[in-house]
Design a protein around this ligand. Structure first.
Ligand code: SAH
Ligand code: SF4
Ligand code: F3S
Length: 426
């Protein structure tokens, strides 16, 4: 039996798909290289915003016609959206045969032996111990170090679809990182919804970073996402300051620059505390790239509160910001808040945020002109086969002239031009 897997959402899902591939391969299934030859279509889904769910449903409705010429073809919905509304979707006539939640992947092969069904129970002890995912990347590896989230930010569905927070045993993380390094993957990213609250036995997150660098001397670049500002300890800042394999980059979602909004978002920090962490990081790690997530049009956000976010953006000058329009998620606290803002306001605030960040990113990227950067070449550039692209240590996309032989190598190059998102190098 051949399966085809498509992944939506964040890196956690990318990593989970690698786990699912490992589970299915062990059970004797074979990964199909293209959708036409598959007997089972797996969609690993995301629920974080309405749009993410609509996209997957659109994809499934486009692919279900295949069942006409191949009646034995099965469609399975996996991941966060399956967890949230899988039961309901199976009962509707959408062509979905199975729904499997995030803690039930071990039982997936067994379920696929049945004609249809769902597995949606949470199991807050499920860490997929002793299972080694099959890394799908060529050059960059993602290694899950924790699952779930206990933070309950008021807008966010993740705690409801991913369950309680739990940390993966160090031994498994070590095996996973070693497997990636053995395949010459030089850029390894540790993953979790809230990596800096990692805790396994008496191993804290900063201690994990130190230990991994000691235990895997061949490791070249080490990164992690996502960090929560409230758990960004001085100890972590100190470990980052030591450099070593750790890249000079942090993704630190701010969400809003207004203390009132942050409070209603249940983020448990103030703007001043956030700024304090940014300053500490910049002092300890000169040249650190700081990226963030921001939400526009959160319920009850006044014009003044929105402007507080814009001025925070100007004050901090993020290297890049992922800006999102607030999306109401059923069952979350914020969905019950009064003053849900009209779509037009959410959209226009989002656009203002994007425009401002574009200016800042352009300025920050231009400041790199004339400087030497180290690029880990990951593939051809999107635009041309005579150019290759990769990332700098501080998480900027860089493009340079080169052919296939450069892919998978590290190059030191000089930045000659910059756009709001790409460094063009020589
Ligand atoms: N655990 C990570 C990532 C969570 S999801 C973190 O804490 O940062 C990634 C981003 O999606 C969030 O940082 C937030 O900016 C955005 N997001 C989450 N829920 C959202 C919602 N309901 N509407 C709009 N954006 C949302
Ligand atoms: Fe969602 Fe907040 Fe958890 Fe991130 S920390 S996954 S935003 S609840
Ligand atoms: Fe989406 Fe689930 Fe990630 S909701 S953002 S795929 S944890």
């Amino acid at each position: 039996m051949k399966y085809y897997i498509e992944t939506y959402g964040c890196q956690m899902n990318v990593s989970d798909s690698e786990l699912i591939i490992s589970i299915l391969n062990d059970a004797g299934y074979e990964q199909a290289s293209d959708i036409d030859t598959a007997d089972i279509l797996l969609f690993n889904t995301c629920s974080v915003r309405e749009h993410a769910e609509q996209r997957v449903l659109g994809r499934i409705s486009n692919e279900r016609h295949r069942k006409k010429s191949k009646p034995e073809l099965k469609i399975a919905l996996l991941g966060c959206m399956a967890q949230r509304i899988g039961e309901r979707l199976i009962s509707e006539d959408l062509g979905i045969d199975y729904a499997v939640g995030v803690d039930q992947y071990r039982a997936l092969p067994h379920l696929l032996e049945q004609a249809q069904g769902s597995l949606l129970k949470f199991n807050s002890y499920e860490n997929y111990e002793h299972l080694l995912p099959v890394h799908q990347g060529e050059n960059c590896a993602f290694v899950t170090i924790m699952r779930g989230c206990d933070n309950y930010c008021s807008y966010c569905i993740v705690p409801y679809v991913r369950g309680r927070e739990r940390s993966r045993p160090y031994e498994d993380i070590l095996l996973d990182v070693r497997a990636a390094v053995a395949r010459n993957m030089m850029d390894v990213t540790l993953l979790g919804q809230n990596v800096n609250s990692y805790h396994w036995k008496d191993l804290s997150f900063p201690a994990l970073l130190v230990r991994l660098q000691e235990d895997v001397p061949e490791l070249y670049r080490l990164r992690f996402v996502t960090s929560h500002p409230k758990d960004l300890s001085d100890e972590l800042v100190q470990v980052m300051g030591k450099g070593g394999k750790l890249c000079e980059h942090i993704h630190l979602p701010m969400q809003s620059g207004s203390n009132e909004s942050l409070k209603r978002m249940n983020r448990s920090y103030s703007y001043e505390q956030y700024l304090n962490r940014v300053k500490a990081l910049r002092k300890a790690v000169p040249g650190i790239g700081i990226t963030t997530d921001l939400i526009a049009g959160f319920p009850g956000e006044t014009q003044e509160q929105f402007e507080a976010t814009l001025s925070a953006m100007r004050e901090i000058e993020f290297d890049y910001a992922f800006c999102f329009k607030y999306s109401e998620r059923e069952g979350t606290a914020a969905a019950q808040y009064p003053d849900q803002l009209p779509e037009a306001i959410r959209l226009s605030r989002l656009q203002k945020m994007i425009d401002l960040q574009r200016e800042i990113t352009l300025r920050k990227f231009r400041a790199k002109i004339g400087k030497e950067v180290e690029v880990y070449v990951e593939g051809f550039s999107k635009k041309s086969k005579s150019q290759v692209s990769g990332k700098t240590r501080d998480f900027k996309i860089a493009v340079l002239t080169g052919d296939e032989s450069k892919i998978g190598t590290l190059v030191k190059v000089k930045v000659s031009q910059a756009t709001a998102g790409t460094l063009i190098c020589e």
